[in-house]
Write a protein that binds this ligand. Structure first.
Ligand SMILES: [Zn+2]
Length: 210
């Protein structure tokens, strides 16, 4: 499973090929099965679209846990329960996004702080206006701030700067907002939850029409 996970989460083709070669050595039937199952469906590096290559099951687990309270009731109650709960979640997340004083969402700010900590231990040499050679961490990398890419692959796949790109941006005195995709800004978080989820209100006449 360590090798399957490594291939699934790899940020570069080289890493993917290395994990798959090791898997082929220890379990050729499993490697053949995964290749036949189409790597575009289960590996991050072969995923044909951005956004869908960010692997997380957190929201599915949250919804599953929330539904436990409504299981066993008639379907109409279940639908009403989901509508009310999602309405509350949307409102709370909108309020939370409005209260942020940072540029990006909470999760991204935390991730950037952790990566910046590692970036501070790296060294950098500027190659030209956009390109940098960053040394340190798990590997030495070439960062291209214009193409928003790093040879570790993380920057290009996630659209969030890796430690190498943070080091390059800091050395060039670039603002961090230029090396993280706009989709991670707090206004996008707000926009994601901008719509109200309205409860189903039945229109029952109160009295006889005249
Ligand atoms: Zn990198």
């Amino acid at each position: 499973m360590y090798l399957v996970k490594g291939a699934a989460y790899a940020h570069t083709h080289d890493d993917y090929n290395r994990y798959m070669a090791s898997l082929t050595n220890v379990n050729p039937a499993l490697a053949a099965y995964l290749n036949e199952a189409d790597p575009a469906l289960w590996s991050r590096i072969y995923c044909p679209r951005d956004r869908y290559n960010i692997k997380t099951s957190d929201i599915a687990e949250s919804i599953n846990s929330m539904l436990k309270k409504a299981k066993g009731y008639p379907i109409t109650y279940l639908i009403e329960f989901i509508t009310k709960k999602l309405g509350r979640w949307y409102w709370k997340r909108r309020e939370d996004a409005l209260s942020l004083t940072t540029t990006f969402s909470r999760g991204i700010e935390l991730l950037l702080a952790v990566r910046e900590h590692y970036a501070d231990m790296m060294t950098v040499k500027r190659i030209d206006g956009w390109c940098f050679h960053v040394r340190g961490g798990q590997r030495d990398c070439l960062v291209d701030l214009e193409a928003k890419s790093c040879s570790c692959g993380m920057f290009g796949v996630e659209k969030i700067s890796c430690s190498h790109a943070i080091k390059a941006a800091k050395s060039a005195r670039w603002n961090m907002s230029t090396v993280v995709d706009g989709y991670y800004r707090k206004d996008y978080v707000y926009a994601s939850y901008a719509a109200n989820i309205m409860p189903n209100v039945e229109h029952v006449p109160i009295g006889p029409y005249i």
